[in-house]
Design a protein around this ligand. Structure first.
Ligand code: ADP
Length: 262
């Protein structure tokens, strides 16, 4: 436990995420972000939409300091992402739980239980507290009964749920999901939606699946050309055909956002 940073729990009014003036160019000179501002309150679920090349991945990789060195500031639960401060960065990586699109990038241990224990064990947790974290996280995604199985024996949808559990076990401030509905059959898609809705955690969901955004996220943000070009209630945004077309966002044939969004 020696290396665990003792940070005061942020107060409830602190934002889960606060991005201000974030600008970034890759080493080859490609400018991907031109000054992004994005604040997300505790417990909000926000969809991050935008065409390919908009800068969504670049933004996500800044949230836990994988990318850095540009302009602006990112704060998670009030704590600044500062790649030079290794202890703070460790805490940031606990606070920002990124679920990547391919669960196999995240699952590499012999059993589901060991995969979910990996992160909290790295934080120094052991024994009963570690077991509790693992059990809680698996229960929240409905995967407790597969705890002793190898992840590669599970279906893709189950592996994605276990990937979500690996991140929940860190008790993150914000859960960041990259295309959570991709490659899921309709039943798995619905099950994951139910799970995400049941979680008491701030969510930022990167997606091209507009019905999924409508179902899960009251608020949506469009990132386009490296800036935030819209930030509105999802229903309003999806009803604005001109805005969607301008950013290459398309609703599936027959989908009516007015009917779908409660
Ligand atoms: P999105 O996730 O919205 O599709 P990205 O963040 O991947 O967008 O890309 C934003 C811009 O940065 C694009 O112009 C893309 O070509 C560029 N880009 C992404 N990764 C790199 C990289 N490693 N080196 C140079 N340019 C990159």
């Amino acid at each position: 436990m020696d290396d665990v940073m003792i940070v005061e729990e942020p107060s409830p009014e602190v934002r889960s995420l606060d991005v201000q003036g974030l600008a970034y160019a890759y080493p080859d000179g490609t400018q991907a972000l031109f000054g992004v501002d994005l604040a997300i309150g505790r417990g909000e679920r926000v969809a991050l939409l935008g065409p390919n090349g908009a800068g969504k991945t670049t933004l996500v990789l800044h949230l836990n300091g994988i990318l850095h060195g540009g302009m602006g500031e990112v704060r998670v639960g009030g704590l600044a992402v500062d790649p030079k401060d290794k202890k703070a960065l460790r805490e940031i990586r606990r606070r920002v739980g990124i679920v990547f699109q391919d669960p196999d990038d995240q699952l590499f241990m012999p059993t589901v239980r060991e995969d979910v224990a990996f992160g909290p064990a790295n934080l120094g947790l052991r024994g009963a507290e570690l077991d509790r974290r693992v059990r809680d996280a698996l229960a929240r995604v409905g995967m407790l009964d597969v705890a002793d199985r190898p992840p590669q024996h599970l279906s893709f949808g189950q592996r994605r749920r276990v990937a979500v559990a690996t991140v929940l076990a860190m008790e993150p401030e914000i859960l960041v999901l990259d295309e959570p509905s991709s490659n899921l059959d309709p039943a798995s898609r619905r099950e994951l939606a139910e799970i995400l809705r049941s979680l008491d955690v701030t969510v930022l969901m990167v997606t091209h699946d507009l019905p999924y955004a409508a179902e899960l996220c009251p608020r949506s943000v469009i990132l386009s050309g490296g800036v935030v070009t819209a930030d509105r209630p999802t229903r309003d945004l999806l009803l604005d055909a001109g805005l969607l077309a301008a950013h290459r966002l398309e609703l599936p044939f027959g989908f009516d956002p007015a009917a779908a969004v409660r």
